[in-house]
Structure formats: structure tokens, C-alpha cells
Ligand binder design. Structure first.
Ligand code: ARG
Length: 677
């Protein structure tokens, strides 16, 4: 294993002084670039006469190898002096012939460092091959150093997906599902103890309205044939019938407000009759535990969960708990209500209990806790739900993955807990928000079921493969890869969309074999696997083996592989998985350059190198034999064990390291790498 003594042995052989310069902040055993950072900090510290810890903090990571591998922010290194002066001074004193660093160069306020390929190959390749599945996905990143976790395992609750059972599984729920699963997986990798919960929208007036609808439009036979479709249909019909009443109620409220009358009273008059009254009575029954109402609700809930589960399993998502608004206990709600009343945070208004947000430090807004019929509201249920979860799981942190349309709600929730004196709890709850704008519903049409989401992507994937013979030959072999490609396509597109951007759900873009897509990642992954199949690349290399890796293309690929843990670490702070998708697509791009380069060049010594694309479809050995010695092609083809090695041992190790990084990244995104046989 590559521990500190082993690492120091390798550093020594590169003429570096050991023991390693010490540094509090370094993650040398998890982020290889930290080896360079601490040596650089050591140099800088002695040159500008500051502590190496301070120097370490001035070293940034440029996020793109064309801007260097590391960059020193000069104003940070020596605050108060002119960058140009510091640079001149540094350039004069910077050691010549340092085993790790060529001379840095100045750009703006940055001193850019480009790493020498030689030590990089010798340190990084063994590092990656030793760490394998933990490279960049290492628990130690979540703490400090693999040997000394800061504290014991921390407890995280992630709440995500949380669809509403009376309506379609919306685009925002799909985004929440995929983002939430990512956040959970990511934290698990980083050493957290994670509980995943689904907080279904399975309670409230909408369920009651569905019940009213069921009494009018429900049909057992139709339900049997197509439960979800029929329920959505029933809900649509009753919502339509209800619309005029809702409009009238809104109008009455607005009128009353205009004339300074009591808004509640005006609305009450309308709401005491018609579907309004039926719905409110149905919800009353449900909250009172009326048997018939509860049986109906349970039936609807169960059939929906069954449906969601099917979608989740296709996406590779699992929950530890299906809870929901219905599961919040009346007692906890009463407890919260009691506290709110005692502290005079909520007040009575026309028979309802409301909180005026100005009273608790927010600029504006009013939230209802209980309406005038005594029914619990979304906010009250959520306050109680959070309190219950904190007792049940004793979490250190809870991340709720829900769209921006819940933004005001969670801000209110946060302030209410603070007003109740529960600041610690309030601060443990994080709303991870994203744009709720989605084109998915437009694309799937009215009344779609959750399964339609996947089948829509699958159709597009099927079409993409039909149009591409080469890819079809790879992915439609003995193991049909269409599904794996389709799920990869969907996940990669979802996770590459920044949380602030709208959701496009563009199946033709996501299924294309283009940079940054899931299918493209799968494609290069299988390509690497087929190269490595007969030549596993995990051997100790000799000096000559390293030589070809010093060329630009392989060196750039290596420099990029060194960044993987930096990318995951940055994502740990930002929770923006888009950075990981972008990163993986740059790995693939540089890998392609390495393979293509071989294409033009060494036809003589590495005859098959250029034909990797087709390798999977060619008979074993045939291609190489033909290119190297046409006369003997037939003989060679029948003796596959004489097959020439198309790549040098150094290249194969580089490919293996690339495969490891691709696999780690894909798995982190939730993509199962496709293996053809
Ligand atoms: N069901 C809600 C919606 O569809 C999301 C739930 C968010 N989580 C919560 N604890 N309120 O918008």
C-alpha cells in the first residue's frame, strides 16, 4: 500500500528531501496534488519568509490544466506588496532544477506552476492503482487524513424525490431523485452515515379532493386496469370541476381586501358550500382517522409507492424510508402548535392560526399553521416532521433536496425554529434547491406515468443506436447495453445541469454519443476495457516504460487524472455535480487524443493501436496480423496467443489508471459502467 513511508521512498528516489515537509492542511494520502502543494509551500515559505501553512493557503487549483496545475495567488502570499514585485523576487530565488517543479511563470496576480511529467508519472500512477475504487471517492476527504478522522462517523439525513401522490411525477421530482441520490452516495463515500428518506406529498386537501373526485368519477374496473392512470384522470376531472369555486373564493378574498372587509369571512361564505365543503369535510374525516377515508387514502398511497419504486429501481435509487406528510403525528403537530402559541409566534386570525413573518425577523409574508376548519397545513406538518426526524435519527445534518418553489417555505421553517429557540436544529437543516422549471411534462404529454420517463429515454437511445452501426455493434452484443446507456444518458444530463438552470429533459441530446453525455462515457469506458482485457496494466514499470508517457498527450491526461480528488473535494463543498460531469468529459477528450495520436504515428510498432474503435468487432488477432505482415495474416489469425501487444506497458498502466478514474466518477454519478461480457 502507498502509505507515508512508501511514498517517502518514492520521493527519495526522485531526489526529494524526506521526511515530507509537514503541513496541517494537506491530504497527501488522498489528494496526490497535495504532495506538490506541500513541497511548493515549503519553498515559498522559505523564499518570502512566511510559514509554510500560510504559503499553502496561497496555492490554488486552476481547475483546467491549460492554466497550470497549481497557481500561487501572489497577493495572498505576501499581502500588501505588488504582485509583479513578488514575482520578480520569487523568480530570482526559485530553485533551479527542482525535482518537482520547472520554473513557474507569472500571469496577472498568479504564479502558474506546470508540473513536470516525469515525477508525475512515477508518483501518480502507483497512487491511483493502489487506491483504485477509493481514489477521489475516499472517505478521508470528508475528514482530514485517512489515518485521523476528525470525529466519529457523522449522521446525515437526506430527504429527496418526495412526489405528490395526486399528481404526475414531475420534472422537479425527477431532478430531486437524481440529485438526492447523488448527494447521498457522495456523502456515504465521504464517510457519513446516511439515511435516505422520501417525504411523500400524501396528505392534505388534495388527497381529500381526490376522494371527492373518486366518489363522482371513480370506477373500479378502470382502476383495476390502470390504477395510476385512472387516479390521475379522476383528479384531473375533479380539479376541473372545482376550478370555478376556487376562482370565486380568490375573487371574494381580493374584493374584501380592496374594501377593507374581513377576507376570511368573505372566503368562508364560499367555502362553506359545494366541492369546497365536501373537500374540507373529507379532509376532516381523514385527520380524524375515519376508517373509510383512511382505507381509500392507504390504497392510493400504496399503489403510488409501488409505481415510484419501479422507477427508482430502474434508476438505481433506494430509500431507507418512505415517509410522508401523512406520517407526521398529530401529537408532534400539537406540540409545535403549543410552543408557537405560548411564544406568541402564531396568532389567531378569522378562526385560522397564522404566523406573520415580520414578527420573526423576515421581511414579509404570512403562513397558515391551521386553517379555520382546524386542518393542519404543509408548514405545520413540516415543522413537526423535522422535529420528529431530529429525535428519531439524531442527525448532525439534514439535506432536503427540493425545488426552488419550496424556497420561501424552507426560509420560513428556518426562522420559525429560530424563533422557537431551536437555532441549533434550524442550522442543521439545509435546503438544497434547484430550478423547478422543467420541460418534462410538455414532452411526455398529459397524464403520463412515472415509467414513461424512462421509456421516453429508452426510445431515444434505441434510435441513436439504430443510427450508429459501430456503437450498436458494441452495445447490442451478448449483453444488451441499451438500458445501461439510457440510464447513463439520463443521469449524466440531470447531473450536468447546474442547480440554477432549468431542466431540459432533452432526450435527443442526452442519448447522443457526444462529449459530456452518458453514452459517450460508457463508450470510452468499454473501449478501455476492451484494450485492457488481454493486457491488464498493473505492473511495476521500468525506466524506459515511463518514457512514452512524457509526451504531451499522455502527460496531459495524467495531469488531469491527478485532479480527480480535487474535483470531488470541491464538489463536497459546492454540492454541484456538474463539475464532475465536466471533468469526466475532459478525461475522455484527452484519452481520445492519446488514442488518436497513436493512430497517426506508430503504425509499424503498434499496428492495432489505431483500430481500437473497431477492436470489439474484429476477430482476435486478425487486425494486427494483417497490418504488420499481410502475408502471414491467415496464420496469425488462427493463433491468437501470438497476438502482438499494441500498446506499451506504460500506456497500458495509464489506460488502467484512466479506467479507474472513469469508473469512480461514473459510479459517483450513479452510472453503472457497462461491461459487454
Ligand atoms: N412534495 C413537495 C413538492 O412536490 C416537496 C417536498 C419537500 N420537502 C419537504 N420536507 N417539504 O414540492
Amino acid at each position: 500500500t502507498l502509505d507515508i513511508p512508501e511514498l517517502e521512498k518514492r520521493l527519495e528516489s526522485l531526489n526529494l528531501t524526506v521526511p515530507l515537509p509537514s503541513s496541517d492542511t494537506a491530504y497527501i494520502l488522498t489528494k496526490p496534488l497535495d504532495i506538490w502543494r506541500i513541497y511548493l509551500a515549503d519553498i515559498l515559505g522559505s523564499l518570502v519568509d512566511c510559514s509554510s501553512q500560510a504559503a499553502y493557503k496561497s496555492i490554488q487549483w486552476p481547475n483546467n490544466i491549460y492554466n497550470g496545475d497549481l497557481a500561487v495567488v501572489l497577493p495572498k502570499l505576501r499581502p500588501g506588496s505588488k504582485a509583479a514585485e513578488v514575482a520578480v523576487d520569487l523568480a530570482k530565488k526559485f530553485p533551479r532544477d527542482h525535482p518537482l517543479f520547472p520554473l513557474p511563470f507569472l500571469e496577472g496576480v498568479h504564479f502558474r506552476i506546470f508540473l513536470d511529467a516525469e515525477p508525475l508519472t512515477r508518483l501518480l500512477l502507483p497512487f491511483i492503482l493502489d487506491r483504485k475504487s477509493t481514489y477521489g471517492n475516499d472517505a478521508a476527504l470528508g475528514f482530514r487524513n485517512s489515518s485521523a478522522p476528525e470525529e466519529g462517523r457523522k449522521k446525515l439525513v437526506v430527504e429527496f424525490s418526495s412526489p405528490n401522490i395526486t399528481s404526475e411525477f414531475q420534472g422537479k421530482h425527477l431532478r430531486s431523485t437524481i440529485l438526492g441520490a447523488f448527494v447521498s452516495r457522495f456523502h456515504e463515500n465521504m464517510g457519513w452515515d446516511v439515511t435516505k428518506i422520501n417525504y411523500l406529498g400524501d396528505w392534505g386537501k388534495n388527497i381529500a379532493l381526490l376522494k371527492v373526485g373518486w366518489e363522482r368519477f371513480g370506477n373500479e374496473a378502470e382502476y383495476e386496469a390502470n390504477p395510476i392512470g385512472h387516479l390521475l384522470d379522476v383528479y384531473r376531472q375533479i380539479a376541473e370541476a372545482f376550478q370555478p369555486e376556487e376562482a370565486a373564493s380568490r375573487q371574494a378574498r381580493d374584493e374584501a381586501a380592496k374594501h377593507g372587509h374581513d377576507e376570511g369571512e368573505a372566503q368562508a361564505e364560499i367555502q362553506n358550500q359545494g366541492i369546497f365543503a365536501e373537500r374540507n369535510a373529507a379532509f376532516r374525516k381523514l385527520e380524524d382517522g375515519d376508517e373509510e377515508a383512511v382505507t381509500f387514502w392507504k390504497r392510493v398511497r400504496d399503489v403510488n409507492i409501488e409505481n415510484y419504486r419501479d422507477l427508482y429501481s430502474q434508476l438505481g435509487v433506494k430509500f431507507d424510508e418512505y415517509t410522508g406528510e401523512s406520517q407526521v403525528s398529530q401529537e408532534t403537530m400539537a406540540e409545535i402548535e403549543q410552543m408557537l402559541k405560548e411564544k406568541e409566534i402564531c396568532k389567531e386570525s378569522a378562526g385560522a392560526w397564522v404566523i406573520h413573518m415580520q414578527d420573526i425577523g423576515l421581511r414579509a409574508g404570512t403562513a397558515i399553521i391551521r386553517d379555520r376548519t382546524g386542518a393542519s397545513m404543509y408548514l405545520l406538518r413540516d415543522l413537526a416532521a423535522v422535529l420528529e426526524r431530529s429525535r428519531k435519527y439524531e442527525f448532525d445534518k439534514m439535506i432536503i433536496v427540493a425545488a426552488n418553489d419550496n424556497g420561501v417555505h424552507f426560509t420560513q421553517l428556518h426562522h420559525i425554529f429560530k424563533a422557537l429557540g431551536m437555532t441549533e436544529l434550524a442550522d442543521k437543516v439545509q435546503h438544497l434547491r434547484f430550478s423547478e422549471v422543467s420541460k418534462m411534462a410538455d414532452k411526455l404529454g398529459k397524464g403520463y406515468k412515472p415509467q414513461a420517463i424512462i421509456s421516453h429515454c429508452e426510445d431515444a437511445m434505441e434510435a441513436a443506436l439504430d443510427a450508429d452501426e459501430e456503437k450498436a455493434s458494441i452495445f447490442k452484443g451478448p449483453v444488451n447495453g441499451t438500458k445501461a446507456l439510457c440510464v447513463a444518458a439520463l443521469l449524466a444530463q440531470e447531473l450536468s445541469t447546474r442547480t440554477t438552470s432549468a431542466h431540459s429533459f432533452d432526450t435527443s441530446t442526452m442519448t447522443a454519443f457526444k462529449p459530456g453525455t452518458g453514452p459517450e462515457l460508457q463508450h470510452w469506458y468499454t473501449k478501455l476495457c476492451s484494450i485492457l482485457k488481454d493486457h491488464p496494466g498493473s505492473v511495476e514499470l521500468s525506466d524506459e516504460d515511463y518514457e512514452p508517457l512524457l509526451e504531451d498527450e499522455p502527460a496531459n491526461l495524467l495531469r488531469t487524472l491527478a485532479q480527480y480528488p480535487e474535483v470531488t473535494h470541491a464538489t463536497y463543498q459546492s454540492l454541484e455535480p456538474a463539475a464532475i460531469v465536466t471533468y469526466l468529459s475532459s478525461v475522455v477528450e484527452l484519452l481520445a487524443e492519446c488514442l488518436n495520436n497513436d493512430d497517426d504515428g506508430g503504425a509499424d510498432e503498434a499496428p492495432a493501436a489505431g483500430d481500437v474503435e473497431d477492436e470489439a468487432t474484429k476477430p482476435e488477432g486478425g487486425a494486427e496480423a494483417e497490418a504488420s505482415n499481410p502475408g502471414e495474416a491467415k496464420v496469425e489469425a488462427t493463433e491468437p496467443e501470438k497476438k502482438e501487444v499494441a500498446f506499451t506497458p506504460g500506456q497500458l498502466v495509464l489506460f488502467e489508471a484512466t479506467r479507474v478514474v472513469l469508473e469512480n466518477g461514473m459510479k459517483l454519478l450513479g452510472i453503472t459502467p457497462y461491461v459487454s461480457a
